[in-house]
Design a binder for this molecule. Structure first.
Ligand code: SF4
Length: 392
């Protein structure tokens, strides 16, 4: 795989991404509803490599020949993969699609010391960007979030990643119980000092089926109310903007030019192949757009791939109207906004002028010339309602 230190610039096109899902974690965080599993036996990584390679072959048949614009290894905790595992899977991708030198290849990592030791191996395998789940910069909140690392581990991993990878990002979760604006502003400024050119900043949400859901229902976790959460969101926008890392999407902030190419593919409604347990994809095949999803349970996925060459449990044909709704939902998350010509071509219609005017008058959306529509900062706070109104 490519070892180029210079990443190709974004062309503004939707692109074609490859998403690879590694479904295992060392422990389950109490707020997490991702497809992540804890196993108390060693994972047979060679067996998973063989299964990934087989499913890659199936996805290549579905997608046809394409040029890849980004690869993202997400999870779970991909930094539990051996570098040889990453190398073998990335080589499998490059054997099936055209992978130009210098495309963005991201691996999600947790900042424990053991995982950081593998960073050089990942770089040798072709990974040129890591995205680290730091989540908080104080030990009390890391403990509350059930994380296995402490702030000292995170600092070491961030420094190491900065030395090894051309690009690096890390995540923080805010709007934690009791978090004040002053505390968050201090932590955010510290994060900006540590960051290179990209940060993902998410509000803590309570997802059904997680341990936090039960604790929240029983009043044992008190999240900030809606007004406080909105103030924290606005503070986040102001502090990152002033530091030259504005939001380019609801929760993602970057120095202009350092946006995650892979995530832009999702939000610009490009195609992506989703490979591995519980991975979702959007593939245009023979002029039709398919929504794919694979079996979530890792062992069941492994058995399915060995029997039939893939673990897909969904291959749904998306009607044009469904595609247009998805494009609207994704495009309005972006600061660059929705490409109206692409949306019109897909939906075969214009936005309802009365609904659009109402949202413009309320200050929730704005036009960027004739070609793009985007949410304002206040529109972002009620994004779901804006999308529902425009899509209706
Ligand atoms: S490390 Fe990430 S994927 Fe794994 S349980 Fe925690 S939040 Fe979920």
């Amino acid at each position: 795989m490519t070892k180029e230190a210079t990443l190709l610039p974004d062309t503004g096109e939707p692109g074609f991404g490859i998403y690879l899902h590694w479904p295992f974690c060392a422990a389950k965080c109490p707020y997490c509803d991702f497809n992540s599993h804890v196993r108390h036996v060693a994972i047979d990584q060679e067996a998973y490599v063989a299964a990934f390679l087989r499913e890659i072959t199936t996805m290549r048949t579905l997608s046809g020949a394409r040029t890849v614009t980004s690869i993202f290894i997400g999870g779970g905790t991909p930094s539990l993969m051996k570098p040889e595992t990453v190398d073998a899977i990335l080589n499998g991708v490059a054997r099936h699609w055209h992978v130009p030198d210098g495309i963005e290849i991201t691996l999600e990592a947790n900042p424990s010391s053991v995982e950081a030791e593998r960073f050089r191996g990942y770089r040798s395998a072709g990974v040129n960007r890591v995205s680290m789940g730091v989540q908080a910069l104080n030990d009390r909140d890391l403990k509350f979030l059930g994380r296995l690392h402490d702030v000292a581990d995170a600092m070491k991993a961030i420094r190491l990643a900065r030395d090894i990878f051309p690009r690096m990002s890390f995540d923080l979760i805010y709007a934690r119980p009791g978090q004040t604006q002053d505390e968050w502003a201090r932590e955010l400024r510290q994060a900006i000092d540590l960051a290179v050119d990209h940060l993902s900043l998410y509000q803590l949400t309570i997802e059904e089926g997680t341990p936090f859901f039960g604790l929240h229902r029983n009043g044992k976790i008190n999240l900030p109310d809606a007004d406080t959460a909105a103030e924290l969101y606005e503070l986040t926008q102001d502090v990152t903007e002033a530091a030259g890392m504005p939001a380019y999407e609801v929760s993602n902030h970057a120095v202009p030019g350092a946006e995650s190419r892979h995530n832009l593919t999702y939000w610009r409604y490009g195609d992506y192949a989703g490979i591995g347990p519980g991975a979702h994809g959007r593939l245009t095949s023979a002029g039709r757009k398919l929504a794919t999803a694979t079996e979530r349970n890792p062992e069941a996925w492994l058995a399915m791939v060995s029997e039939q060459g893939h673990g897909m449990v969904e291959q749904d044909l998306l009607e044009r109207e469904e595609q247009a709704d998805e494009m609207l939902l994704m495009g309005l998350r972006l600061r660059e906004g929705l490409d109206l010509a692409r949306w019109r071509a897909l939906s075969g219609r214009d936005l309802d002028p009365d609904r659009e005017q109402f949202l413009l008058d309320q200050g929730f959306i704005e036009r960027l010339g004739n070609s793009r529509l985007r949410c304002t900062q206040s529109g972002m706070l009620i994004l779901d309602a804006v999308v529902a109104d425009l899509a209706a």
